[in-house]
Design a protein around this ligand. Sequence first.
Ligand SMILES: C[S@@+](CC[C@H](N)C(=O)[O-])C[C@H]1O[C@@H](n2cnc3c(N)ncnc32)[C@H](O)[C@@H]1O
Length: 393
Amino acid sequence: MSALERLYAVLDDIDIDSFPNEDDRSRAEDLIMDALVRVRKPWDIALNHNWVNPCTNAATKTLIDVGVFRKWVENGSKPQTSVELASLTDTDPTLIKRIVRQLAAQHLLIETAEDTYAPTAWATTLGTDPSFPALYGTLYHDITAVVFGGMPSFLRKTGYKNPIDDKNGVIQHVKGPDTSFFEYIIADPVRTEEFTHSMECHSKGSMVAWPDVYPTNTLIKGAKPGRALVVDIGGSKGHDLEKFRLRHPDIPEGSLILQDLPGVLRDVHISNKIISKCPYDFFTPQPVKGARAYFLHTVLHDWPDDGAAEILKVVAAAMEKGYSKALIHECMVENIKPSLRTTTSDLTMLACSSSAERTVKEWDALLSRAGLGIVKIWKRPAAMEGVIEAELI
Ligand SMILES: C[S@@+](CC[C@H](N)C(=O)[O-])C[C@H]1O[C@@H](n2cnc3c(N)ncnc32)[C@H](O)[C@@H]1O
């Protein structure tokens, strides 16, 4: 076998199960991405950025909207022709054929015979996980795609200054002067639902589960009776508290408190007595005092330094010195070669809310503005996110 044939054989054989853990999987992903840049002509790269990606999003969203992925799974996920896929969803076979062959041409569907397609794990997940299709919904179609579209003209207008004013940033430039990211989402129940689904999905699919990196048993060990154990501030649908509850199912009722804006919590249904909902605006005094832990997951990255410091000061005012912890679950931008997800998230923060992902040094400086000091950072070496454990100093 020639070296080239060996290379083809390795590439042909590789899949998500080829790696012993997530760190190795993401290292391989980065190497493959590096190789792709070297293998592609500059023209191919530009084609992918500007034609393939928007086209793929539109194709996928259309199949989601007509129910192709859901019906395909309900029908046993077996290989189907485009005519069969169209008949499952009562849609035009010519249209469905044009769409599915664009996805198959980039291996998102597997063409097993002429005009016959098998679903990949991606396609199956779009049919089985009710929150996954939301990734193609409001947040990306209506917000990030649109604000990224307006980012170059906003930056040109402002003389290429790094935006730090959440009331005068890219989102106001494209959506109107009085718009703020969360107000825009909360103004519409469909946007709110799709956004919270997206958050749940991020939590399931792309982020490390916090009880896997932080020793949550230490919170229970030192807990004072009658006090809240974990207050999840800006906790969306409660997916992070649910991870804690599943890890520690015997904790007392009412120990875990889910806080978010009333418009978000209105449609969140909790089916156990351990987690309770508490509608709350985190710029107002924290109603739950002296909890064992105040947990904020990808909340502070939505705010420029002044807003984030304000949120932290409110948390600090509710904490009991020597007992309460602030647990900040966020990205920590690596000083060298930060990952694509981190850097993309950083620019997303820039465009959506004039905020940023932060380095450990920047987190330290921010926490100290609220009288908090870092006790320890809990993070896997290759993970984009970790948990910063902080206390009152
Ligand atoms: C990026 S999401 C993170 C959600 C969740 N912590 C997670 O990691 O999946 C930020 C959350 O902050 C909430 N939020 C925004 N402004 C808020 C405010 N003023 N008070 C309380 N929650 C707020 C949003 O509704 C949203 O659920």
